[in-house]
Design a protein around this ligand. Structure first.
Ligand SMILES: Nc1ncnc2c1ncn2[C@@H]1O[C@H](COP(=O)(O)OP(=O)(O)O)[C@@H](O)[C@H]1O
Ligand SMILES: [Mg+2]
Length: 298
């Protein structure tokens, strides 16, 4: 039976993001519901990827549990949380619970903390056109998908509308302040290295990823989703080679298809064939299973 969820409509909704619907449980806690919506180039597609929200919800929860020395917003998966105190959230449907996480409310820092271990995606496009990445000059002769000597922090704006733009370190520091910028750079690179090592042991390359952070009680907290195929690029070690366009186990599969269409990346998006939807879902599920050794009942 196909399991699809595009929108949710519970009480106390405070925000609908491109993928998640967010509810206020009380003054400190949020209920995060990952729907099956999918966005690409910051545009939400008309189609959903059935069960994607379940995969993202469980994979993020898996990582939050792995990253035990990091301060995160994670409290509990929805299915393990006791909602009895929360009158607006009694008897939640399984369909919602499987896609939900209870998290601590944070004051979001409006910068996307991207870390790249390999050159691909928009960074590869910028390098090919201008020889730079986030305005920083790179040496000549770098190949597509080549690994950097060290992972590089390439943050971008968190645009409330339209496209996120890459930030030079100077622009990033201007946006959030030098000290906070340097702290986020250090934490993000450290998290990337840990996650990259973990993936490598499973035969997977974590090419790049995006973290978000917030502040709770003056402390920097890892928020949002983490290390999912919506926010990261995953390749298989077995079919990776420098100089070639990698086979993506993440949202890049959809982006690649969209790049072949005659579309200017503003709404409305083109209709996505079932085959592309199913193939995307299959790739997300494969990454989930390889990383967690778990089978999802979807
Ligand atoms: N702990 C938190 N407190 C407050 N806001 C958060 C927290 N974690 C994530 N967020 C925000 O909630 C939203 C998650 O929904 P999502 O669909 O991913 O939105 P987006 O379209 O911005 O990617 C994002 O805007 C994210 O910055
Ligand atoms: Mg998001």
């Amino acid at each position: 039976m196909e399991n699809k969820l595009r929108n949710t409509n519970l009480n106390n909704k405070i925000h609908s993001g491109k993928v998640r619907d967010i509810y206020s449980l009380d003054e400190n806690l949020l209920l995060f519901v990952a729907t099956d919506r999918i966005s690409a180039f910051d545009v939400i597609m008309n189609e959903v990827v059935p069960s994607k929200g379940i995969i993202l919800n469980n994979l993020s929860a898996f990582w939050f549990n792995q990253l035990e020395n990091t301060k995160t917003h994670f409290v509990s998966k929805g299915e393990n949380f006791d909602f009895s105190k929360y009158t607006n959230f009694q008897d939640l449907d399984k369909k919602i619970l499987h896609r939900s996480t209870v998290v601590k409310k944070a004051k979001r820092i409006d910068m996307e903390c991207v870390v790249r271990g390999y050159i691909t995606g928009s960074a590869w496009v910028e390098y090919k056109n201008k020889g730079t990445m986030n305005e920083m000059s790179l040496p000549e002769g770098i190949l597509e998908a080549q690994r950097f000597e060290k992972p590089i922090f390439t943050p971008s704006t968190k645009a409330s509308e339209g496209h996120d733009e890459p930030l030079s370190s100077q622009a990033g520091k201007k946006l959030i302040g030098d000290k906070l910028y340097e702290q986020l750079e250090e934490i993000s690179i450290d998290l990337y290295i840990k996650a990259h090592d973990f993936c490598e042991n499973k035969g997977i390359i974590l090419a790049d990823t995006k973290f978000e952070f917030g502040i709770i009680d003056n402390e920097i907290i890892l928020i949002d989703e983490v290390l999912t195929p919506d926010s990261s690029r995953f390749w298989k070690k077995d079919d990776y080679s420098e100089g070639n366009s990698p086979n993506p186990y993440d949202k890049q599969f959809l982006r690649d298809w969209l790049n072949q269409q005659d579309w200017n990346k503003t709404p409305p998006p083109p209709s996505i064939p079932n085959e592309v939807i199913n193939n995307t879902l299959g790739r997300y599920l494969e990454i989930y299973e390889l990383l967690t050794n778990d089978k999802l009942n979807i």
